[in-house]
Design a binder for this molecule. Structure first.
Ligand SMILES: O=C(O)CCC(=O)C(=O)O
Ligand SMILES: [Fe+2]
Length: 287
C-alpha cells in the first residue's frame, strides 16, 4: 500500500480523514449501479409503503429471500438488512474499488483484517430522521480511531453511506460534527444527568450544535468513522431518501445481527469478497 510520502493523494486523504473523521467520495458508484439498486427498491415498494406513516416498525421482520426488513425506531425509516444477498450489484459493493483500499488502510488490514459488520439499504420518508449518537468520549470498543500509544491507524468502524437519490437541504441529509471523533468533551446533547451517553434524545441530529449537513448527489459515498458525533436531519420534503450503508470493521468485530451467509452467496463471491463476508469460517468437529 502507498505511504503518504510516496503519494500526495494519500497524504491529503490521510490528513483530511484524520482531521475531519470523514471523506466525501464524489461519483464513487456508477450511474448504472445506482440505477440497478433503485430498481431493486422499486420492485419492493410494497414493503416500503408502510414507512409512509413515518415509522416502519409494522413492516419489520419480513423476509424477502435472505433480506430482512427492519427499523431502528419509529422515525428512521425502513431498512433492508443483509442486502448483500439481493443480487450482483450489492455483491460488487462489498469490495468496491472506490473505497475498499481506504477502508483497509484505516482499519489497518495487515493487523486486523477487514469484515462487514452490517449492510443495508434505508428508505426514509417525510418526518424521518436519526438522533445524535457517538463521539470521541464514547468507550464503545469499535469506536477506536488510532492506537493511543503509537498513532497507528486502528479504526474500529468505517461507514460507507452511498446516496441512491440526490440528498440536499430538506431531504434529510446525514449530519456530523467534523473532528468530533477526537473530542474528549461530550457533545452537550449527549450529556445527560452528569453522564456522557453514546446515543440520546428523540430529536433529529440536524438541530444539534455543531452539526454539518452533508449534501450528496446519487452515486456519492460518505466515508466516515462511526466514532464521529452524527445522525441525520429531519426530512421535510415529500418523497423518500434512499441510501446504501456498508459498515467495515476489523475481522474480529463481526457481525451486528449475525445473518449467516447463504451457500449460494458464498459460492458466487470472489475469494476477496468471501474473505470480507466470512473472514473466520465456521469451525466444527468432523462429528
Ligand atoms: O442515515 C443517516 O443519514 C445516518 C446513518 C448513520 O447514523 C450511520 O450510518 O451510522
Ligand atoms: Fe450512525
Amino acid at each position: 500500500m502507498d505511504t503518504p510520502s510516496e503519494n500526495p493523494d494519500v497524504a491529503l486523504q490521510d490528513y483530511m480523514f484524520d482531521l475531519q473523521g470523514y471523506l466525501l467520495l464524489e461519483g464513487a458508484v456508477s450511474k448504472e449501479d445506482v440505477a440497478e439498486m433503485n430498481v431493486w427498491i422499486d420492485d419492493h415498494e410494497g414493503a416500503v409503503d408502510g414507512s409512509r406513516r413515518r415509522g416502519a416498525s409494522d413492516d419489520s421482520g419480513t423476509w424477502i429471500g435472505n433480506v430482512e426488513t427492519h427499523t431502528y425506531g419509529k422515525q428512521d425509516g425502513l431498512n433492508f438488512q443483509n442486502i448483500i444477498e439481493a443480487g450482483a450489484v450489492f455483491e460488487r459493493m462489498i469490495d468496491h474499488p472506490s473505497w475498499i483500499n481506504l477502508a483497509k488502510r484505516y482499519i489497518n488490514v495487515d493487523v486486523n483484517g477487514v469484515s462487514i459488520h452490517e449492510n443495508f439499504l434505508t428508505v426514509r420518508g417525510p418526518g424521518g430522521f436519526i438522533n445524535i449518537h457517538c463521539g470521541g468520549h464514547a468507550p464503545l470498543c469499535y469506536l477506536s480511531f488510532r492506537h493511543p500509544n503509537t498513532g497507528a491507524w486502528m479504526v474500529g468502524q468505517i461507514n460507507v453511506l452511498v446516496a441512491l437519490t440526490d440528498i440536499g437541504p430538506g431531504d434529510g441529509p446525514t449530519v456530523l460534527v467534523p473532528g468530533s471523533h477526537k473530542s474528549t468533551e461530550v457533545h452537550p446533547r449527549l450529556w445527560v444527568d452528569g453522564e456522557g451517553k453514546i446515543s440520546h434524545g428523540r430529536e433529529p441530529a440536524g438541530t444539534a450544535v455543531g452539526m454539518k449537513e452533508i449534501y450528496m448527489k446519487a452515486g456519492d459515498a460518505l466515508f466516515f468513522t462511526d466514532a464521529i458525533s452524527h445522525g441525520s436531519a429531519e426530512r421535510t420534503h415529500e418523497g423518500f431518501r434512499r441510501t446504501l450503508i456498508y459498515r467495515y470493521s476489523p475481522r474480529f468485530t463481526r457481525t451486528r445481527f449475525h445473518y449467516v451467509p447463504s451457500a449460494g452467496l458464498l459460492e458466487r463471491l470472489t475469494d476477496e469478497q468471501r474473505k470480507i463476508i466470512q473472514p473466520i469460517p465456521p469451525r466444527r468437529s468432523p462429528e
